[in-house]
Design a protein around this ligand. Structure first.
Ligand SMILES: [Zn+2]
Length: 249
């Protein structure tokens, strides 16, 4: 689903997304830099999910075999469990925050809360989260070039450790791909998981205060193609009032 000349939404299951793919898949965004493509988050990577995502990339007018980069916002399975399969299929270079890389590379199912979520039946019995090499661990200040677009890594821990947001510049507008750090309505996402940290989450939002952007592309729920910054401002207003922004669930 084309959102703009720069971005297409190509994945997201019916449970937390728009039903482009299956199950619990988070939103997956295709960054179309013209002569280069990147994917931001990839969902669970089941056979059906991959085929639907590939179809969505094709429908957006792009050749899936040209997806050269896979950027992960964080290591939760609904965003990242399929990383290994996309890396194997497309030879995509996998990028994630340096703090998140060890858990992804070792398939640490406790650290990523995959084991806990699977025990609850969140993902279904056939869900898998294989270990995946992280080809490029990201550090503050890192900027990746994807054709005419640049993607800046913004550390945003809190929802979990090693969470990354990405600022996409150089296109028809500026985009903040916020993962599970910020949602429409200024919401955050607090969970009873091993590494969810409220204060870190609030600090991450404060650190975004100086970042200007037009579109908010979160990991779940509504997307704002204009006025994206208003959603961040709503969260910051709550924090300034010594309140905690509402949580997605
Ligand atoms: Zn998450």
């Amino acid at each position: 689903m084309r959102l703009t000349d720069d971005i297409a939404l190509v994945g997201g299951g019916p449970i937390f997304g728009f039903g482009l793919t299956v199950g619990t898949d988070a939103h997956c965004y295709l960054v179309d830099g013209g002569d280069a493509l990147a994917l931001i988050d990839c969902g669970m990577g089941s056979d059906e999910s991959m085929e639907l995502l590939v179809q969505a990339v094709t429908s957006a007018g792009c050749d899936p075999s040209r997806i050269g980069t896979l950027l992960l916002t964080h290591y939760h399975a609904d965003h990242a469990a399929g990383a290994r399969r996309y890396r194997d299929r497309f030879g995509a270079r996998v990028c994630a925050a340096a703090e998140a890389a060890p858990a992804i590379e070792s398939a640490d199912h406790d650290r990523t809360s995959f084991a806990a979520a699977r025990a609850l039946g969140v993902f279904g019995a056939d869900a898998a989260y294989p270990a995946c090499p992280v080809d490029q661990p990201l550090h503050p200040g890192d900027v990746l070039q994807v054709g005419r677009l640049s993607i800046r890594y913004l550390p945003t821990p809190g929802h979990c450790a090693g969470h990354a947001a990405y600022l996409i510049e150089g296109g028809e507008r500026t985009y903040l791909c916020s993962g599970d750090a910020l949602f429409a309505g200024g919401k955050i996402y607090l969970q009873a998981t091993v590494d969810c940290d409220l204060q870190a989450s609030l600090d991450s939002l404060r650190a975004l205060a100086d970042v200007e952007f037009d579109a908010l592309l979160p990991g779940h729920g509504p997307i704002a193609l204009t006025g994206g910054r208003l959603h961040l401002d709503a969260a910051l207003a709550a924090i300034r009032g010594l309140s905690v922004p509402g949580s997605l669930a």
